[in-house]
Design a protein around this ligand. Sequence first.
Ligand SMILES: Cc1cc2nc3c(=O)[nH]c(=O)nc-3n(C[C@H](O)[C@H](O)[C@H](O)COP(=O)(O)O)c2cc1C
Length: 177
Amino acid sequence: MNQQTISNTLTVIHNRKSVRNFTGESVTQDQLEILLKAAMAAPSAVNCQPWEFIVVTDRKTLDTLADALPFAKMLFKSGAAIIVCGIPAKAHKQMAEYAVIDSTLASENILLAAEALGLGAIWTAAYPYPDRMESVRSILNIPSDVIPLNVVPVGHPTGEDKPKKKFDPKKIHSETW
Ligand SMILES: Cc1cc2nc3c(=O)[nH]c(=O)nc-3n(C[C@H](O)[C@H](O)[C@H](O)COP(=O)(O)O)c2cc1C
């Protein structure tokens, strides 16, 4: 990896932020494909890739999700949403924990890829709340053995949301706790 690639990667990591303010502009199929390719490039335990994704661009469905989820009102203005689903039956040792861990890594890749494209995105929770998971399951016809991990609204940022300063040297232990 050359110096330019390294600094681009770090710039994207440090500029990523949860975007809650969208312009309402739509997201193209090409952009969504880039996000999904990034998602599926994530690591997973024993490379099981226990994830599947629902892409929603239909305005009515986005609004229905926004109505149902208490902390995902930004869906009213997002151009799309990706619902990241964990599949315990496909995870290492069929463990739900691995389905959640691996799908979380795929989700972070979506958030980073959105930043890299100049788009905005945010993790809004379905898992681990039974009521929110049930809402997402029933709106999107997700089978009961599939975990709807989150709903990730994607759109064009207004620019209001900024990255937070989080680096804290006190959280680093040297050699022992
Ligand atoms: C597991 C998880 C659940 C989250 N759920 C929500 C949510 O339901 N609604 C929301 O507005 N933000 C949600 N967030 C976003 C966090 O609030 C956000 O990541 C955090 O405040 C740090 O800000 P940053 O992403 O801009 O760095 C969630 C993030 C994670 C990782």
